[in-house]
Write a protein that binds this ligand. Structure first.
Ligand code: UDP
Length: 328
């Protein structure tokens, strides 16, 4: 039995594929390579194609014995989603509708879905728990929440069991240095700071220092990408053992401000990093910190790489050896 990973050539997807293979799983990837890189697949059997393409989904489900799907394929930038909401609804919601329709037709009963802290919007209380209100403040979060609901109703109607994993801020890279984080253009804080450390950028921008936090910059809960990968594996296993559908937060329960991230990057790299103050970025809540007690309790999730320094060190290792990222 194999696991189909959609979006398996992207950042979190490719690290999950690597982790699954290390656990001895049979993995097949579907990725349109619009954002991901074939170099991140390290030779995993893959189909270049889109989740909107029903014929490629039929081909995959007819050719391979797929027992479960891990679904990453999506557009995932908050700012971009505000400018292009229709494209986000099309890629994320309509794309997932196609995928789920084909899963139901081919009697595939388990899906682990890549959801997000953006489903919560501006939190009422910290740390955020799964039962807290979900009021997204941008189309990205809205589309992910709409998919969670699509999955809930598909369980009731078709018996499709799902685990929705709401990640906080993914960080780090494969500790063995085989793959890492590469977006084009890069928008995420840690890789941007590391590009500055490498001299590939003159400076970085700090988006706002007038938030209601200790140093005025936004606070986020960073979680190692390999720890996210572990959670996907555990979620698939739990579904395969007959568990009910559920939703879990994935974070470390510890917040770091933008300034603290920059300081950690300076310490790990030993480089000077020029930072400029810039206006706030639209849609950024001041503080996002997860309670992940439920995932620890119910999935048996045990994050291995909890310190920010470890995450930055692994990312730095990969960036130093791959200054231009994956082959374009
Ligand atoms: N950020 C920043 N400068 C940058 C990129 C990000 O100050 O060049 C801030 C951003 O406003 C947020 C935090 O860093 O508060 C993490 O942003 P990122 O884009 O890495 O992840 P997100 O929180 O959007 O998932």
């Amino acid at each position: 039995m194999a696991i189909l990973v959609t979006g398996g050539a992207g950042y979190i997807g490719s690290h999950t594929v690597l982790y699954l293979k290390e656990q001895g799983e049979d993995v097949i990837v579907l990725d349109n390579l619009s954002k991901g890189y074939s170099g991140a697949l390290l030779g995993t059997l893959s189909y270049k194609g889109d989740i909107h393409d029903e014929s490629i989904l039929d081909e995959i489900f007819n050719t391979h014995k797929i027992n479960s799907v891990i679904h990453f394929a999506a557009s995932s930038l908050v700012g971009e989603s505000v400018s292009y909401p229709l494209s986000y609804y099309e890629n994320n919601v309509i794309g997932t509708h196609r995928l789920v329709k084909k899963m139901v037709e081919h009697d595939v009963k388990h899906i682990v879905f890549s959801s997000t802290a953006a489903t919560y919007g501006e939190p009422n209380s910290i740390p955020i728990e799964e039962t807290d209100p979900t009021i997204p403040t941008n189309p990205y979060g809205e589309t992910k929440l709409a998919i969670e609901k699509l999955l809930k109703w598909s369980d009731q109607a078709y018996g499709l069991k799902s685990v929705c994993l709401r990640y906080f801020n993914a960080a780090g890279a494969d500790p063995a240095g085989r793959i890492g984080e590469d977006h084009d253009p890069e928008t995420h804080l840690i890789p941007i700071v590391l590009q500055a450390a490498l001299g590939k950028r003159e400076s970085i921008k700090i988006f706002g220092d007038d938030y209601d936090t200790d140093d005025g910059t936004c606070v986020r809960d960073y979680i190692h990408v390999m720890d996210l990968a572990q959670a996907h594996y555990l979620a698939v296993k739990k579904l395969q053992e007959g568990a009910a559908s559920d939703v879990y937060n994935l974070g470390n329960g510890k917040g770091f401000s933008v300034n603290q991230v920059v300081e950690t990057c300076k310490k790990v790299t030993g480089k000077t990093i020029n930072a400029e103050l810039a206006p706030r970025r639209m849609g950024d809540p001041a503080v996002l910190i997860a309670s992940s007690e439920k995932a620890k309790r119910e999935l048996g999730w045990t994050p291995q790489y909890q310190g920010l320094e470890v995450m930055v060190s692994h990312a730095w290792e990969w960036h130093q050896n791959n200054e231009d990222g994956f082959e374009k």
